[in-house]
Design a protein. Structure first.
Length: 425
């Protein structure tokens, strides 16, 4: 009995006690959203308060575009330049905090953004995971690290609408670019850029569609062999490109100035652009060094492929809105051009046919089928929210449109569209 008890106590006190690493008091903080505004021009005509978490041209701040609705963000911009500050990462888009909100980094290693009443708006979920410190790196990556310098959490893993040089998107994770909404409330927009196993694909979620549809991909955005793990924005010898994990990747731009300070952004309009800071001119400024959807003929893709280029309805040609389709022919396009309204499930309608047109979903989307034109019509007619359908007589593919928006004129007469029109106009 005594020997057994002695042996048990021996084992108990022989087991090494592993101390959990904690954040030292000198690295802990609680920063309050209060005080004077920073004296600098920033994006979205916003006001911002800078925090003392910074490195190089990057700094954490609170900013707002509407009163008492703040976003925690990382802004990018040089202090000695009057050029606008750009917001390149956001923590709590769509879930703002108010005055006196706090950003707290405590002993347990969790970084928490909370409103004045204690409501948690955002957090890193890194409590008791060995975090000992927080750093802003010179490349704009904010990291929480352990005692060995390993990253337990990093802002690079959670992009919003922007990819910085050195930052990656990964397949199957939460990383994707999501556009900002066009309203002033700073919520997620309708566009997203996603890395898939074989390609980069860009999607649009129209107001009435049950799911997003693809509006752009290309051979340059795809691979034929292997499987993608990530794509990274790099700057090599002043070449700005997307580098695939399998090697290669599309060259986006080659500025004639030092383009180290560059980023890729998915805009509110669904366009993909690269902005580079040029401080080699008298008035240093951001320059747009790459645009995916352009007015220039033969450069990447026409602006006509942007779903909302011509508003709720419009015919686009040569990156210009050239007509407003109607049962009585094409009228001059204006921002007031839109489909004839009808009740949600009005069965008293007919289809107005358009020849030689594409919808933004039909150029890169596979569609359904093969199907007959009659089957395509029946599918649209059976769905209350269907605004029309598009059909390729050569491939026998069908696309159901829940929102018409931009239609593109094409030379091929095998592309036809049918717009649902109520009889009681």
């Amino acid at each position: 009995m005594e020997r057994s008890l002695f042996f048990s106590l021996f084992l108990l006190f022989s087991i090494p006690i592993i101390a959990q690493s904690t954040v030292p008091p000198s690295s802990q903080f609680k920063k309050v959203n209060f005080g004077e505004w920073a004296e600098a021009i920033s994006e979205y005509r916003s006001d911002f308060r800078a925090l003392d978490i910074a490195a190089s041209v990057f700094q954490v701040c609170f900013y707002n575009t509407t009163p008492n609705a703040f976003t925690l963000a990382i802004r990018m911009g040089t202090r000695r330049s009057p050029a606008v500050r750009r917001f390149v990462w956001e923590a709590n888009r769509g879930n703002p905090v108010g005055e006196d909100a706090t950003l707290a980094f405590g002993e347990d290693g969790n970084l928490i953004l909370a409103d004045a009443d204690g409501r948690v708006a955002w957090q890193t979920n890194t409590a008791n995971k060995g975090v000992v410190g927080l750093k802003m790196l010179p490349n704009g990556n904010m990291v929480l690290h352990d005692a060995k310098g390993n990253f337990i959490w990093q802002s690079f893993d959670y992009p919003t609408d922007t990819l910085l040089v050195g930052q990656s998107l990964r397949v199957g994770g939460v990383t994707r670019l999501v556009s900002r909404a066009s309203d002033k409330k700073n919520t997620n927009g309708a566009y997203s850029l996603v890395l898939e196993p074989k390609r980069i694909a860009m999607y649009y979620k129209s107001p009435n569609s049950p799911k997003p549809y693809i509006y752009y991909t290309s051979d340059l955005f795809s691979i034929q062999k292997g499987r993608l793990q990530y794509v990274r924005l790099i700057n090599s010898a002043n070449d700005l490109r997307l580098q695939f994990s399998t090697g290669g990747g599309p060259l986006l731009s080659r500025p004639n100035f030092n383009s180290t300070l560059s980023f890729l952004r998915l805009g509110v309009d669904g366009n993909l652009r690269v902005y580079s800071f040029n401080d080699q001119v008298t008035s240093a400024s951001w320059e747009m060094t790459f645009t995916l959807f352009s007015k220039d003929v033969g450069v990447w893709e026409s602006e006509c492929q942007l779903p909302e280029k011509c508003g709720k309805l419009g015919l686009c040609e040569g990156s210009q809105c050239v007509g407003c389709p109607s049962p009585n022919g094409f009228r001059n396009w204006t921002k007031k051009c839109e489909p004839v309204k009808s009740s949600v499930c009005d069965k008293n309608f007919y289809y107005h046919k358009l020849e030689g047109v594409d919808h933004s979903m039909s150029k890169y989307g596979n569609g359904s089928g093969p199907a007959t034109e009659n089957d395509c019509e029946k599918k649209c007619s059976s769905e209350c929210k269907c605004s029309g359908y598009f059909y390729n007589t050569k491939t026998s593919k069908c696309w159901i449109a829940y929102d018409l928006q931009t239609l593109t004129r094409v030379a091929d007469s095998t592309h036809v569209g049918y717009i649902k029109v109520p009889n009681h106009q």
